[in-house]
Design a protein around this ligand. Structure first.
Ligand SMILES: Nc1ncnc2c1ncn2[C@@H]1O[C@H](COP(=O)(O)OP(=O)(O)OP(=O)(O)O)[C@@H](O)[C@H]1O
Ligand SMILES: [Mg+2]
Length: 242
């Protein structure tokens, strides 16, 4: 029995909801969704934590333009707060070095990160996941008993196929699925919605392809005013906000 597992439960006891933003494929907008969702919830005065668990490609700090602030050590680690978001990422420990880690090292790092971080009282802890349903997903399911998944896809047959696998896996593991977001939509077609609903999963929202998004990266005010954020805000009525 690893004593850190008990500590993790203790560290998260004042966190309302734990939401992992996941998806089958890479580059479909998971980090953008996790970051902008966190930013929008914080703007609405919810207490929000954002944890970037993408060990090979952490990017939430880049999307949100978080620099020059660092976690503080005090009987654990206190995440820095930026625009109302308490932010924690492996990037603070790997710096700009490419991370050379195998599955077991990553598992240990996740346990360590969850065990040392003092989130305090939060309404939401949003977790940005790496692509696919690999070790990190399995660890998150194993370590965080109250985790719920928000799944992202694009209107691509390939993305949809991998998302179907993710959804099947989550269902089998009896993990709650909040629903699916269709990102980077360019054509008005209901086929992704239909396919998701056929699986008995809630289709949450469409996010249009946003040609202005690249210019907003790194600028939190611009992100909040972007069409992407406008579309993300539409899912709030379906999130059972507390
Ligand atoms: N709706 C959108 N419109 C335009 N560009 C988008 C949209 N969503 C995401 N992007 C862009 O697509 C790229 C990938 O997005 P993002 O990093 O959020 O994906 P990801 O799924 O987290 O990728 P990874 O699997 O590598 O972690 C980024 O350059 C982002 O700005
Ligand atoms: Mg990402």
């Amino acid at each position: 029995m690893d004593p850190r597992l008990t500590i993790i439960a203790h560290r998260l006891e004042n966190v309302g909801r734990l939401i992992a933003v996941s998806g089958g494929k890479g580059g479909i907008g998971k980090s953008s969704t996790a970051s902008i969702l966190s930013l929008s919830l914080a703007k609405m005065s919810y207490r929000v934590g954002l944890l970037d668990l993408d060990f090979y490609g952490p990017s939430c700090h880049l999307i949100l333009g978080i620099k020059g602030v660092y976690p503080e050590e005090e009987k654990g680690i206190i995440p820095p707060e930026v625009s109302g978001i308490r932010f924690m990422s492996i990037v603070y420990y790997a710096e700009d070095n490419p991370l050379m880690a195998r599955g077991i090292d990553i598992s240990n790092s996740i346990i360590e990160l969850l065990a040392i971080t003092r989130w305090g009282k939060l309404d939401f802890l949003i977790i940005d996941m790496p692509p696919g349903i690999g070790d990190t997903t399995l660890d998150v399911i194993r370590l965080l008993k109250r985790i719920e998944f928000l799944v992202v896809t694009t209107p691509s047959k390939l993305a949809l196929e991998t998302v179907k696998k993710t959804l099947e896996m989550l269902k089998e593991a009896k993990v709650p699925i909040i629903g699916v977001i269709e990102n980077m939509k360019v054509k008005d077609s209901p086929w992704i919605r239909d396919e998701i609903e056929k699986l008995g999963v809630m289709f949450l929202e469409e996010i249009d392809f946003d040609t202005s998004l690249e210019d907003c990266v790194g600028d939190r005010e611009k992100l909040l005013a972007s069409p992407f954020a406008r579309d993300i805000n539409k899912i709030f009525p379906k999130l059972d906000l507390i």
